[in-house]
Structures are given as structure tokens and as C-alpha cells.
Design a binder for this molecule. Structure first.
Ligand code: ZN
Length: 354
């Protein structure tokens, strides 16, 4: 799991530019699935046909990560950027980033004034992203362009996977490469089952659940399960009631999610899918947590509204510092999520016998 996660985190894919992530997944699943193809938007759809062929179960994990994009190159070769997805300003400063050009990727840094040159009041202020820029070491616009830098180039954090204590790992894009890794492992380990299983690696989740929308329409499954991250609240600065989810205490099974104020705009997990996931965990005494997440949603929200409605639920991986370059998850939670997925496929015909 750790090696697989490292490969996935190393790959780069802001929404709409997921190609290198898709290539890693394709290579991993070659020979482990019956069918594998890429659709018009770039979703990677893989399939294993079951002995009964029903119900059809769609798993979804998104390949894209939040990031930045080249917006402007100034005459000295400094690069201004736009945000793609829910990036907050604070973690951006002083990061090392990669600009992905046609000629390969270039390392740059998001520079800032040193304390020596700051006025007293400047030191207390948060620098806003409009005032930030990327320095790749070039001395002119032409110099930057010669390297391949162009308006619209994707930019990602330059941050590989590192292991912390207690089976925790940290890196960029664990949202949602953790989900991708769990789904790859599930497909690899899946024995002959009655149900037919689709594993869909979706595009453009972070900017509006786009890949999930079109792939659910195409596949029209009997039920769907998204694999994504949720915010753990087990560290300083967050009150326990704000997010009681704890890292290393098992994957979370979603009850609801959505906007912070009123939980609108998100998912109400279908009771049958929710129960299926709970039973799938309890079957082997796999630890799990129940999740009411305010402020965010997943691919399952788009899938449930496809066609005439598709029963959908979510398995979430508790994550610290989401959407930053130093996201943290537990390898044990990821392993347990694979087990829940495998059991859910076994139990699906009992819940969705057609
Ligand atoms: Zn996500």
C-alpha cells in the first residue's frame, strides 16, 4: 500500500490534466481487470464481470488534486498563478512547486519577502495569493518561455510521500490518491464475485464532480460507492465536536455531507448503501466511524443524481491538513477500507438482489 501510494502521490494531476495519474493506474491494473478504457472526459473506467452480473456496483475515486495554473509571466520571468480547486492562501507561501510544461516539469518556489525587509505590521499579516509569484530562476519572459512555460501550464506541489510514526504517511494529493490506491488494491484482490464491479477513476472532482457525473450516466449502476477523504479533527486547533473523526480509528462511513451552514448541496447516503457498508465492516470486525461532514462533498453526490437516481454511499479516509502539501492519512485506515470494499461487493447481492 505504501509503495503504491508513493507512486500515485508522485504523479501530478490538477483537474483536467490527470494524464500522468491515469498512466500509473493503468499500469497497476493491467491484467487485473476484464475491461479498461478512458472515456471522453478522461475518466479511467475498469470492469470485472461477476458470475451473476448483478447487481452492478460502481466504485469511484478521483484522480485530480487541487493545484495552481500559470496565469501570467512577467518581463523578469516571474510567474503569477491562478488557483484550481479549494486551495487556501496560507499553505502556499514558501512551497516548492512543479510547473508541468510540454518540455517536462520545472521546479519553482513560491517566494516571499524575508523578515529582514518586512515592516512590523507586515510580519503579522497573511500574504494573499494575489501577491505571490513563482520563481523558477529565469531572468526574462523569453527565458521562461524557452523552458516551455506557457499560460495554462498546470502547477502542483513538489512533495513526495514520507512515513511518520504509527503507520501515518504524509504528502500532497492524498486527497484522493488514497482513494485511488484503495480502489486499485480492491480490484487486484477481488475474487470471483456474483456482482459486476466497475472501478472508475474520475477526473475534475475538485471543480464540480464532473467526471463522476458523466461516468455514472454511462454505467448506470445499481449502486455506487465513492472513496474519498474526510477531515479528521484530532489535532490542536479543532474542537472535538467540530470533527470527531480520528485518524487510525478506521475508515468513516458517510451519513451526510454538504455545505457548512445547512448541509445542503451534498449527499444523504442511501440507507441501503450505508447499511451495506456497515455490515461489510462488522463482518470482520473492521473498525469504522460514522461521519457527518459539514463543508465538502464527494463524487457520490453527482452519482446519486444520475438518470433516475442511483443509491450511493461513501467510504472516507480520515485525513489531517486536507488540501495542503502535507496531508496525513493512516495506512491502516487505507488497508481497512480495502477490506470493507471487498466485503461490500460480496454482500451487495443480498442488499440489492434484483
Ligand atoms: Zn477528494
Amino acid at each position: 500500500m505504501k509503495e503504491l501510494l508513493a507512486k500515485l502521490v508522485e504523479a501530478s494531476g490538477i483537474p483536467g490534466a490527470e494524464d500522468s495519474v491515469r498512466e500509473v493506474i493503468k499500469k497497476e491494473l493491467q491484467g487485473h481487470v476484464g475491461e479498461m478504457f478512458t472515456d471522453n472526459l478522461g475518466n479511467l473506467i475498469t470492469k470485472k464481470i461477476g458470475t451473476l452480473g448483478k447487481p452492478t456496483v460502481m466504485f469511484a475515486a478521483h484522480m485530480d488534486e487541487v493545484g495552481l495554473m500559470v496565469k501570467y509571466i512577467d518581463e523578469k520571468g516571474f510567474i503569477k498563478f491562478a488557483k484550481v480547486g479549494g486551495v487556501v492562501d496560507q499553505p502556499l507561501l514558501s512551497q516548492r512547486v512543479k510547473i508541468h510544461t510540454e518540455k517536462g516539469s520545472i521546479v519553482g518556489i513560491i517566494g516571499a519577502k524575508p523578515p529582514h525587509l518586512m515592516k512590523e505590521e507586515e510580519r503579522k499579516k497573511i500574504v494573499e495569493f494575489e501577491d505571490m509569484f513563482i520563481d523558477v530562476g529565469t531572468t526574462s519572459k523569453e527565458d521562461a518561455e524557452k523552458l516551455g512555460v506557457r499560460i495554462g501550464n498546470p502547477i502542483t506541489f513538489e512533495r513526495g510521500l514520507v512515513e511518520l510514526r504509527n503507520k501515518l504517511v504524509t504528502g500532497k494529493a492524498l486527497d484522493d490518491r488514497a482513494g485511488c490506491a484503495i480502489l486499485i488494491e480492491t480490484m487486484k484482490r477481488l475474487p470471483k464475485t456474483e456482482a459486476t464491479v466497475y472501478a472508475v477513476f474520475t477526473v475534475q472532482e475538485e471543480i464540480g464532480l464532473r467526471g463522476a457525473t458523466v461516468s455514472a450516466f454511462k454505467l448506470n449502476p445499481n449502486l455506487a460507492i465513492a472513496l474519498d477523504i474526510t477531515s479528521a479533527g484530532d489535532y490542536p486547533g479543532i474542537k472535538e465536536f467540530e470533527s470527531p473523526i480520528k485518524i487510525g480509528h478506521g475508515p468513516a462511513i458517510k451519513i451526510v455531507d454538504g455545505r457548512k451552514e445547512s448541509l445542503g448541496g451534498g449527499l444523504v447516503a442511501h440507507p441501503k448503501v450505508r447499511e451495506l457498508l456497515i455490515k461489510a465492516a462488522e463482518k470482520e470486525e473492521i473498525p469504522y466511524q460514522l461521519e457527518v461532514m459539514e463543508g465538502g462533498t464527494t463524487d457520490a453526490t453527482a452519482i446519486q443524481l444520475s438518470r433516475e437516481g442511483i443509491p450511493a454511499g461513501v467510504i472516507s479516509i480520515p485525513t489531517r491538513y486536507a488540501h495542503s502539501p502535507v496531508e496525513v492519512i493512516s495506512l491502516e485506515d487505507a488497508e481497512n477500507a480495502v477490506k470493507i470494499c471487498l466485503n461490500a461487493v460480496q454482500l451487495a447481492p443480498r442488499f440489492f438482489g434484483l
